[in-house]
Write a protein that binds this ligand. Structure first.
Ligand code: MN
Length: 207
């Protein structure tokens, strides 16, 4: 359901489907525990305010200033956690995929090549201090149509920035610590193997 009460969206593949790149235990904890906690805390924050029970998650996150001050931060953090993780899990796949022609052209125009995109994503993901995301987004404004990589702290989402979210790289330690310990760069290299470019191409087409 895309409004209160929010539910845990099932993983679109099995826990071990992304092995050897992302291990089963990390996927179980990340999805069943971390994401479930964000879902529960988001519902908890919204429960006393029926007025917002029909609001979609993107609406809640885009219109945070309209919410009662006491729930703005919990909705930002936990709603962001739900949004970012749903997109993170959905944009990974055990299948080998490739970007659509339209997306591939824009990647080449924005980053020179796929390798250029990977290098920029890795640079953003490794240089982000603390917890957060490197986020591939499509920006269309003032006659410009380009892809950009944002560095977003905590569970911030690109939604309030008026850009279209395409591909989040979760660099919270919970995304990689069990397998890669402190080696975030190794996790990012592994994540490149499991990006679901079909899902990203679909999002790109809808932007
Ligand atoms: Mn996470």
């Amino acid at each position: 359901m895309n409004h209160y009460p929010f539910e845990l969206q099932p993983l679109p593949y099995s826990y071990d489907a992304l092995e050897p790149y992302i291990d089963r235990e990390t996927m179980m904890l990340h999805h069943d525990r971390h994401l479930q906690t964000y879902v529960d805390k988001l519902n908890e924050a919204l429960a006393p305010y029926p007025r917002y029970h029909s609001w979609s998650l993107p609406r809640l996150l885009t219109q945070l200033p309209l919410l009662p001050p006491s729930i703005r931060l919990p909705v930002k953090r936990n709603g962001g956690g739900v949004y970012n993780h749903n997109l993170y899990f959905r944009t990974m796949s055990p299948q080998k995929t490739a970007p659509s022609d339209a997306l591939a052209r824009t990647i080449n125009a924005s980053f020179g090549s796929m390798d250029g995109l990977y290098a920029a994503m890795k640079d953003a993901g490794t240089s982000l201090f603390g917890s957060g995301y490197a986020y591939l987004v499509r920006e269309r404004r003032g006659g410009r149509d380009q892809l950009r990589i944002l560095m977003l702290p905590n569970q911030d989402t690109p939604l309030p920035l008026g850009v279209c979210p395409l591909l989040p790289l979760d660099v919270w330690e919970h995304a990689y610590y069990l397998k890669h310990h402190n080696l975030r760069a190794d996790y990012i290299d592994n994540w490149f193997h499991v990006i679901n470019w079909e899902a990203v191409s679909d999002l790109y087409a809808l932007c």
